[in-house]
Ligand binder design. Structure first.
Ligand SMILES: [Cu+2]
Length: 148
């Protein structure tokens, strides 16, 4: 008995649609970090899921902390450490952070932002060789974002 074997090759053509823009609920924001500034690609953005890409253009490590507050003056800054005391923030106001990352690199994270005013800042501080405290926040690494 002879068995005829037939192989049928099925080529499934998969339609892959790539969207660079994402849906209406998603948007992106770039934050350029350097000594000493935080420059946003836009100072306002729609509420929803926001992908924030921090681009470290500087020569030192930086981070990006996101806190809901009307003004940088409202943040619990401790001059003796050169840092905003994150533990003193109301839990619902602390949105999150892109952890410290190296000069010349980028880091991205998605944040779910409701309408309101947010302060984005670098909360690193270090003691220089001459003993002076260098606070990235005090030096000017802080900016305001309006979410509507
Ligand atoms: Cu910094």
């Amino acid at each position: 008995m002879k068995i005829a074997k037939r192989t049928v090759a099925v080529v499934a053509a998969m339609g892959v649609v790539l969207s660079a823009c994402g849906s209406d609920d998603e948007s992106g924001l770039t934050a350029e970090l350097s000594e000493w500034s935080v420059e946003l690609s836009s100072s306002s953005i729609d509420a929803g899921e926001v992908t924030i890409t921090a681009d470290n253009m500087g020569g030192e490590n930086h981070e990006l902390v996101i806190v809901r507050a009307d003004s940088p003056d409202d943040l619990p800054f401790d001059a003796s450490t050169g840092k905003v005391v994150e533990d003193d923030l109301a839990e619902e106001d602390f949105i999150g952070e892109i952890e410290e990352f190296e000069a010349g690199t980028k880091a991205s994270q998605v944040f779910d932002l409701e309408a309101g005013t947010y302060i984005l800042f670098c909360n690193l501080a270090e003691t220089e060789d001459d003993g002076t405290l260098e606070s990235h926040f005090e030096e000017g690494m802080v900016t305001t974002l309006t979410v509507g």
